[in-house]
Design a protein around this ligand. Structure first.
Ligand SMILES: Cc1cc2nc3c(=O)[nH]c(=O)nc-3n(C[C@H](O)[C@H](O)[C@H](O)COP(=O)(O)O)c2cc1C
Length: 392
C-alpha cells in the first residue's frame, strides 16, 4: 500500500488502522502497545515548542461521542510523543514520532465486522479493498479506509499549526451547509468567533440549530446525510506555490480530497465561474493607500493566481458525502458465496460527518501550507529580485 506520506519538505507519514491491535492480546505487554495509530513528522524545524497537550487539543476536536450528533464510539485517544522533542518540550529537528493507542476495540465490535466481512458496504471501501488486497484485506472497521485513520493526520496537522502560528497564518474550517440547509456567507472574523459555539460547527448561529435538529431527525430513520465544509486561510503571504504541476490549489486539493467522504472541492467562486462574464469573474486590483500594497476588490479567485498565492484570503469549500454506513437495508454482494445479498450494517456510525471532519480538513490544509511555506522560504533565500516587487 503506497501513498502514506504527504509533503515534500515538511512530510507527514501515517500508519495504523481502526482496529489495529485487536487480535494482539499478549499478557506481557501493556495494552497501549497492542496497536493503534502512528504519525511521523519529518522536516519539522528545531526549536518549536511542542507538547502532547497541543496535539491532544486538536485530536479532541475530532473524537466521536462528544455530542448527541456523534457515533457512540468512545475514542479515548491519548497522545504520546515518543521522539524528536527534548524534555524542555522543544523539537530537536529530528523526526517527531507520535503514537495514539487504540482503546475502543472490544470483541463485540470486532465480531460485528467479522459477521459481515465478505459483504461490501455500499458507499464504503470494502469492494475496492477486496479487489486490491484479496484475502489479506483488513476487514475490521475498514482498515486504512476508516475515518479513524484521520487521527494521525490531525496529530501531524497539530505540529503544522504550531509552525504556522509563528507566521500568523490561521486555518479554520466550519460547516456551511448540512443536508440542504445553508448558512449565509460569513467573514473570517465572525466565523472565528462563532464556529465552535455549536455541535455542527456552523458559524451562522441562526441556522446551526436547524441543522442539528434535522440531523437528529435523519438519524431516527437510520439514514445519514452530508453537507459542505468551508475552509479559510487567513494571513497567507503572496508567492507560495508553483505555476505548473505544483499549483498550490492542486496541492491543497490533493491534501483535502484525500480525506475520506470528500467528493468535491471549490476555490473562491468555484463552479459559479461557469456562469460569470470575464469582467465579473476577474478580481480587479488597486494600490491600498494605508499599506502601500496591492489589494483586490473581490476574491473570486479564492486566493490564487496561476497556482501561486496572491496574498488574499484563501476560501475553499468541500462537499462531504453522507456517512456510507446506514441502518437501511441495501443491496450488495457476498464475495464468499458470490450471491446478491441484503445488508443493514449494525456497526456504530455518525448520522453526519460534519461535526467531526473539520479538524481533519484544517490539519491537511496546515500540512500542505507548511510544506509550501518551507519551499517558498528556500526559494526566497536564493533569489535576487528588485526590491520594488517585494513592496507590491
Ligand atoms: C473523520 C471521519 C470519520 C468517518 N467516520 C465514518 C463512519 O463512522 N462510518 C462510515 O461508514 N464512514 C465514515 N467515514 C467515511 C469513510 O471513511 C469513507 O467514506 C470511506 O473510506 C470511503 O471513501 P470515499 O468516501 O472517499 O470513497 C469517515 C470519514 C472521516 C473523514
Amino acid at each position: 500500500m503506497n501513498g502514506n506520506t504527504f509533503g515534500r519538505v515538511f512530510r507527514v507519514t501515517t500508519c495504523g488502522e481502526s482496529y489495529s491491535g485487536c487480535f494482539r492480546k499478549t499478557p506481557d505487554i501493556p495494552k497501549e502497545l497492542y496497536g493503534g495509530l502512528l504519525c511521523i513528522v519529518d522536516g519539522c524545524p528545531a526549536g518549536i515548542h511542542i507538547t502532547a497537550e497541543d496535539i491532544q487539543k486538536e485530536l479532541d476536536k475530532r473524537k466521536p461521542g462528544q455530542s448527541k450528533l456523534d457515533s457512540p464510539r468512545l475514542e479515548k485517544d491519548r497522545v504520546f510523543i515518543f521522539s524528536g522533542v527534548m524534555e524542555n518540550q522543544m523539537s530537536t529537528g529530528a523526526p517527531i514520532g507520535i503514537v495514539i493507542p487504540n482503546n475502543d476495540i472490544e470483541d463485540v465490535h470486532v465480531g460485528q465486522y467479522h459477521d459481515y466481512k465478505d459483504m461490501a458496504r455500499p458507499g464504503h471501501a470494502e469492494y475496492t479493498f477486496m479487489k486490491k488486497y484479496g484475502q489479506f484485506n483488513d476487514w475490521v472497521g475498514a482498515g486504512r479506509a476508516s475515518g479513524r485513520e484521520t487521527v494521525s493526520r490531525v496529530a501531524g496537522g497539530a505540529v503544522a499549526k504550531l509552525i504556522l502560528d509563528r507566521y500568523g497564518i490561521d486555518v479554520i474550517a466550519y460547516t456551511v451547509e448540512s443536508h440542504g440547509i445553508k448558512a449565509k456567507r460569513i467573514d473570517y472574523k465572525t466565523a472565528k468567533e462563532n464556529y465552535r459555539k455549536n455541535n455542527i460547527n456552523c458559524p451562522d448561529l441562526d441556522v446551526a440549530q436547524k441543522m442539528e435538529e434535522d440531523i437528529l431527525e435523519v438519524r431516527k430513520t437510520g439514514e445519514t446525510c452530508g453537507g459542505v465544509v468551508e475552509l479559510l486561510i487567513e494571513g497567507l503571504p503572496a508567492g507560495l506555490g508553483e505555476p505548473v504541476f505544483d499549483k498550490l490549489e492542486a496541492t491543497l486539493a490533493h491534501a483535502l480530497m484525500s480525506i475520506g467522504a470528500v467528493k468535491g472541492i471549490e476555490f473562491g467562486a468555484g463552479f459559479d465561474v461557469a456562469t460569470m462574464l470575464g469582467s465579473e469573474c476577474n478580481d480587479e486590483m488597486y494600490w491600498d493607500k494605508e499599506t502601500g500594497r496591492v489589494k483586490f476588490y473581490t476574491n473570486h479567485a479564492g486566493g490564487f493566481l496561476g497556482g501561486i498565492s496572491n496574498g488574499d484570503e484563501v476560501r475553499v469549500r468541500l462537499a462531504v458525502k453522507p456517512t456510507p454506513t446506514v441502518d437501511v437495508v441495501q443491496r450488495t454482494i457476498d464475495a464468499e458465496t458470490r450471491e446478491d445479498v441484503k445488508l443493514a450494517p449494525i456497526t456504530r456510525r455518525d448520522a453526519s460527518l460534519l461535526p467531526r471532519i473539520y479538524p481533519v480538513a484544517e490539519a491537511m490544509a496546515r500540512i500542505a501550507i507548511v510544506d509550501a511555506l518551507m519551499q517558498f522560504k528556500g526559494y526566497r533565500a536564493m533569489e535576487s529580485l528588485d526590491e520594488k516587487y517585494d513592496r507590491m
